[in-house]
Design a binder for this molecule. Structure first.
Ligand SMILES: [Zn+2]
Length: 115
């Protein structure tokens, strides 16, 4: 953490410069804090899930009734539910295929899947 006022190097977790006492820039926040209403969206791009939408789609299409696509994006709870109910009797499976296809399916952290 380099001080912008005097150029002195400070510990990473320091809030103020040890040399001149100026407030230091804080370490960057995790990606899910980016989309805050008071910040311009073009400056803080929307993060997306590390899980691939195409892999989720293929998994959902072929083995979606077993909830495999939900395990893939980390939704273990509903994945198990799908596993035991046959994709909510086919209805949840159908809804998921449509949601993945139109890009509104999210992972366990609520992030949209990457293309
Ligand atoms: Zn300083």
């Amino acid at each position: 953490m380099i001080c912008t006022q005097c150029g002195r190097e400070n510990p990473m977790d320091a809030a103020f410069c040890a040399g001149c006492g100026a407030p230091l820039p804080q370490p960057s926040t995790p990606p899910y804090y980016y989309a805050q209403p008071n910040m311009p969206p073009y400056y803080y791009p929307q993060p997306c899930s590390p899980s691939s939408r195409w892999i989720a789609f293929i998994l959902c299409f072929f083995v979606g009734v077993l909830g495999i696509h939900r395990f893939y994006v980390g939704k273990i709870g509903t994945g198990l539910l799908y596993l035991f109910t046959g994709g909510l009797f086919g209805i949840g499976w159908l809804v998921d295929i449509i949601m993945i296809a139109c890009g509104s399916f999210t992972d366990m952290a609520g992030l949209q899947l990457k293309i």
